[in-house]
Design a protein around this ligand. Structure first.
Ligand SMILES: *[C@@H]1O[C@H](CO)[C@@H](O)[C@H](O)[C@H]1NC(C)=O
Length: 478
């Protein structure tokens, strides 16, 4: 009798490669996204007193607010640059090589962030945020690409979802560590920021044990024997002929066409449509209003009568729901498919955000309405985690064959970070200008992305990359 593993194709070595790549990179991304929420007042006051020590005068609210928003937003600028360099780095150093080298930037950032207070320099904070942003932008491109390339076809979506799973877990970890009894104090906040070095050390210890992506070795470097070794290691069996044959066929097909350059991405009809789809899914994730709702959550909880501490715990509960739903979507993505989950998620968010708008608009007319809005806030996050949170990261890898994948990833992830940057800059002014109507703006955007997904996005579940790119060629898509 043959005992089957619980999930076909998953074995200890593949799990190690997934953990080494995802934990060592997505942790940086999630952690640094969330880490400055809790200690905002502490770090602002540090900037204020630093300036006072240098110049003898304190900062007024406007100038301090401006310096703080630089600390926050320079992170996305670094992210955009890192993302745009993904393609070059992934092809020159490899997926694994790029990830390993990227840990150098984490260590630099951790030193800058961790010693800024001791050195009395808020400029070090700004520099550190830029460097860690660069690291995160690059990770968000390299890791989903590596994960997708080492996965067996029927697990590609689940393994790709691990990236977002680690992101949401580490956002939660950053919020918990930022609480006052832990690292959220005047003396301990530098430690809170320096924690980001730990996953880098983990990755430096584990990823060298894992092989480079077999697809990269064969299709980019043309080394057949090494590719076979890598695949054998990852699958835990020497019976990898079928998979290797598929890769070889892709290699032969690739040799017939000229190398894809950046310009082809925009001019070739069979590349342009998948690129538009990948970028639209990235935009759907960032423009959905998720950050706005999370930003609003504490206020909504407080207006429902929860005190500040309870509201903080409710925010943590919301983060936990995000983790739980992302975990569920990791299974669903191979059963229902990517397109279905994107449609359910975006559609659910669309309806939810309209109801949330009504609740906020009429919350003074009855006490129970505030409680209902708590439910809608949590449901919004759950719907986000169903698909829009995780799928865009790995879908771009699925939509392109080897020759175009790294360029496509660069562009799509660059679009993601740019949108993140723009939402961060415009949300507050928009909120001041139009108040809760900002939720209707998000509803409109969600509706449009739902329609786009319904009409244009193909299902990629259980299809080989060759089948997916053949689909775009045949459609003569324009
Ligand atoms: C800066 O610090 C001083 C002294 O603690 C305080 O009076 C002032 O309000 C602070 N400025 C801002 C904008 O918080």
């Amino acid at each position: 009798m043959v005992i089957k593993p619980p999930v076909q194709g998953l074995n200890g070595r593949l799990a190690l490669a997934i953990a080494a790549a995802a934990f060592g990179s997505a942790f940086q991304h999630g952690y640094n996204t969330g880490v400055l929420n809790a200690p905002e007042k502490l770090i602002s006051q540090f900037i204020n007193t630093t300036v006072h020590e240098r110049t003898g005068s304190y900062l007024d609210e406007g100038t301090l607010g401006l310096k703080w928003s630089i600390v926050i937003s320079i992170y996305c600028v670094g992210g955009v640059i890192g993302a745009l360099l993904t393609g070059i780095i992934a092809d020159k150093l490899g997926r694994k090589g790029g990830l390993l080298w990227n840990n150098v930037t984490v260590l630099i950032a951790a030193v800058l962030l961790g010693f800024a207070k001791a050195a009395g320099s808020y400029e070090m904070l700004i520099a550190g945020r830029f460097v860690i942003g660069f690291n995160n932008g690059l990770n968000a491109g390299l890791t989903p690409m590596y994960l997708s390339e080492i996965s067996p076809m029927h697990l590609r979506g689940s393994i790709g979802t691990v990236y977002q799973l680690v992101v949401v877990i580490s956002i939660l970890v950053s919020q918990i560590l930022g609480l006052e009894p832990l690292l959220g104090t005047e003396t301990r906040w530098p430690w809170l920021l320096a924690v980001t070095a730990l996953p880098a050390i983990f990755q430096l210890a584990t990823l060298p044990l894992c092989p480079e992506s077999p697809k990269f070795i064969l299709l980019n470097q043309g080394k057949e024997i090494e590719a076979q070794k890598s695949l054998t290691w990852l699958r835990g069996t020497i019976e990898v002929h079928d998979e290797l044959d598929d890769m070889r066929a892709e290699y032969e097909a690739m040799k017939l066409v000229s190398r894809v350059n950046l310009k082809d991405m925009f001019t070739s009809a069979s590349l342009r449509m998948p690129l538009v789809i990948a970028c639209m899914m990235m935009l759907a994730q960032q423009l959905s209003g998720i950050n706005a709702v999370i930003f609003f959550s504490t206020k909504i909880f407080e207006s429902a009568g929860l005190d500040t501490l309870t509201s903080q715990y409710a925010t943590l509960g919301m983060g936990a729901m995000n983790v739980a739903m992302t975990l569920i979507s990791l299974v669903l993505v191979e059963k229902s498919g990517r397109k279905t989950l994107m449609l359910v998620g975006l559609g659910g968010m669309f309806i939810d955000v309209i109801l949330l708008f009504l609740c906020i608009k009429f919350q003074d007319s009855a006490a129970w309405i505030s409680y209902v809005s708590i439910i809608f806030v949590i449901l919004f996050v759950v719907m986000f985690a169903t698909g829009p949170g995780s799928i865009p990261w790995f879908l771009v890898s699925e939509l392109f064959s080897q020759g175009a994948r790294s360029h496509a990833t660069s562009i799509a992830v660059g679009v993601n970070w740019s949108a993140n940057f723009i939402v961060g800059l415009t949300f507050s002014p928009l909120l001041i200008a139009i108040g809760p109507y900002v939720f209707l703006v998000f509803a409109t955007i969600l509706g449009l992305f739902w329609l786009f997904t319904f009409f244009k996005v193909p299902e990629t579940k259980n299809k080989t990359i060759e089948e997916i790119s053949a689909f775009f060629r045949q459609r003569g898509y324009n």
